[in-house]
Each structure stands twice: as C-alpha cells, then as structure tokens.
Design a protein around this ligand. Structure first.
Ligand code: 1WB
Ligand code: MN
Length: 347
C-alpha cells in the first residue's frame, strides 16, 4: 500500500500574546513605519483600519494546537513550520526585541515538544543588536533545536548587506540555519507611493520590499564572504527570478562602469546557489512550473501562508499541480526536510 504524501507547509505564521500587546503599543506611538497601517488593524481593536480588524487574523495567529491542528488533520497537512509573524520583533527597541525573541523562541520550542511530528519552527532574533542576535540564534538551533531563522526584511530601514549584520550572517552560515526573509511593509525610503489602495502589504509592497532586499544582498557581494549562507524567500520568490536575466545583465553593466562592486559570481549564480523559494500565497501553476524549470526542483518548497491564506486551496493547488510525482515529493516535503533539518519519515 502506498502511504499518502507527507505535507510540510513552510511559511506558517504564529504569534504570542506578549508580542501582540507590544505591537499594539508600538503602533499607538509615533512610529513612521508603514507597518502601522496593517498592524493597527490586527492588534489594536480601537485601530483605524477596520478592514484588517474584520479579518480577525489574531485568533488564527495565537491558536496553534486547537483549531489550526484540527484543520491540518482534516486536510492531511502533516506539519507547519511556524514563524513569528511579521514584523516580528523588528519594530521594538533593542532590549525589548531581544527579550521577546527569546520568549517567542521558548514558546515555539514548547509547542514543538508537545507535537514533535506536527510542528517545526524558525527562530526569531533581534537584528537591532547583532551580537546578541547571534547568541540567540545559536541557542535556538543548538539548545531549542529550532529549524532555521525568520527575518522580516528591513530593520529600522537597514538591510542585511550592511556590515553591521555580519555577526548574524556568520552565525546562520556556521549553524547551517537558513534565514527565511519574510516581508514587512517597505522601509521609509521606499514607502511613498505604496500607501494608497491597500498596496502597503501583501498586494504589492511586501514583494517590492523583499525583492529590493534580496537584490541589495546579491549586488553587494556579501555571498562571496558567506558562500554557504542560505536564504529562503516566499511568495513564489517575490518574483526575483522572473527578471533575473535582466538583473544579471544590468548588474554586470553596473560593475563594468564602476557603479556596483565586482563579484565572484553573477546575480543568477548567487540566486541559484544561495536561495530557495516557497510558493506561499501564490496558488498559480504557471509561475510554479516556471520556478521549477528556472531555479531547479531542489530549490522550491510548498507553503500555505496560514492564517493569511486559507489552508484548503493551498493543498488543492499543490495536489493538482502539473508536476511529476517525484517533483511533488520534493515540493511537499523533501526539500523542506533538507533545508530545515527535519527528520525524514522512516520508510
Ligand atoms: C497579510 C499577509 C498580512 C501576510 C500579514 O500581516 C502578513 C495579508 C503580517 O494578506 O494581509 C503574509 O505573511 O503574507
Ligand atoms: Mn507570510
């Protein structure tokens, strides 16, 4: 008898009451962050974004072992790889961010220890304090046995190509911990035209923000310093590989005329060597097929993006995807097991 295919969903959000409360306080304050628009609606019921309040994401984020697990059972979803939802701890002052990252990681480890075959988790860290972040990253993987890391794009409008973040990249590379760069709202310098028509978040701004982050990282040459660093990006690769030919061509021109640093590899080579992508929130077979053909079947993983996307359509999307059974195995679980250190099931 053939066993049903293991399904590991790789970008599944959660929160804890303490982080939700801290976000509520931050968005009531004077922050210039564009994240305020969405976070007010989710975390501050007295907020001015009733559209988001109506979605009631907070219940889905904080419930892990009850309704979520039941729905996973109903749909045959074996595992959620959980990550603290955007913007994580990145809107807080450094001390608060470090404390809340530690707390969120401890809670995550507790959930996993109660349900070791059903949940895995990506550890949070506070980029506001790169050295403390590196220590927490080590604790999270070595002691808590978490499976990698979550970062929500920019921190105080700065990106990972800034050398101040090298301790974080060194830690991730040394621990073989993949950093999942999840979106948050665009940095202050990018946010201008993204503030209307609901373009601040998942509709458009998130992809612009993470795409910009990823191109900065590749063009800065940082992957020559950290050749084994693995970065994961969701939302069908935030479209970066759809225009990687042009990014590569124009980067080489920028290098020729002295506007970009010389790099050992091309942009496309970095993308294929140092990045993996997930399907989160893009349930469309044509871009899935393109992604597999363009960057390789070993570099694409399935994700739901729960609770921001409903579970069932994401399962139907992958069950009906026009791929071979061998490809479906890699998309549904094989690649996630390899990238996020999840023990394969015994045969
Ligand atoms: C949405 C999507 C909102 C994501 C989020 O808030 C996150 C949304 C933090 O669809 O409105 C996400 O992770 O894709
Ligand atoms: Mn997400």
């Amino acid at each position: 008898m053939t066993r049903k295919m293991r399904k590991i969903a790789t970008e599944e959000a959660f929160s804890i009451p303490e982080v939700a409360e801290a976000l509520k306080q931050v968005v009531r304050g004077p922050t210039s962050s564009l994240d305020k628009l969405l976070c007010k609606g989710i975390y501050d019921s007295a907020g001015n974004e009733p559209g988001y309040a109506r979605m009631n994401f907070l219940d889905g984020l904080t419930d892990i072992e009850d309704r979520r697990l039941k729905e996973m059972n109903d749909l045959g979803v074996d595992m959620h790889i959980l990550s603290l939802t955007a913007p994580g701890v990145q809107m807080f002052d450094a001390d608060t961010a470090c404390d809340l990252a530690t707390l969120a990681n401890d809670r995550l480890a507790e959930v996993i220890s109660r349900n070791p075959t059903r949940f895995a988790g990506l550890a949070s860290f506070a980029p506001q304090s790169p050295r403390r972040a590196a220590k927490e990253m080590e604790r999270a993987m070595k002691e808590l046995k978490l499976n990698g890391f979550i970062l929500n794009s920019h921190t105080n409008n700065e990106y990972l190509d800034d050398p101040k973040y090298w301790p974080i990249l060194e830690a991730a590379e040394a621990l073989d911990g993949c950093i999942y760069i999840h979106p948050r709202a665009a940095s202050d310098g990018l946010k201008g035209p993204l503030q209307d028509y609901g373009m601040d978040s998942a509709m458009w701004g998130y992809g612009v923000e993470v795409g910009t982050h990823v191109v900065r990282m590749m063009a800065s040459g940082l992957f020559d310093r950290f050749p084994k660093l693995k970065i994961c990006i969701g939302h069908m690769g935030e479209a970066v590989h759809f225009w990687i030919w042009r990014i590569t061509f124009m980067n080489s021109r920028a290098q020729q005329i002295g506007r970009a640093p010389k790099t050992e590899l091309t942009m496309e080579e970095y993308f294929k060597r140092n990045f993996v992508i997930t399907t989160s929130g893009v349930e469309d077979h044509l871009p899935l097929r393109y992604s597999i053909d363009k960057i390789g079947i070993d570099n694409v993983m399935w994700a739901i993006d729960y609770p921001y996307q409903p579970m069932k359509p994401a399962v139907d999307f992958m069950d009906s995807a026009p791929v071979t059974e061998e490809e479906r195995h890699k998309l549904y679980h094989g690649n996630a097991e390899r990238i996020f250190h999840i023990a394969p099931l015994a045969d």
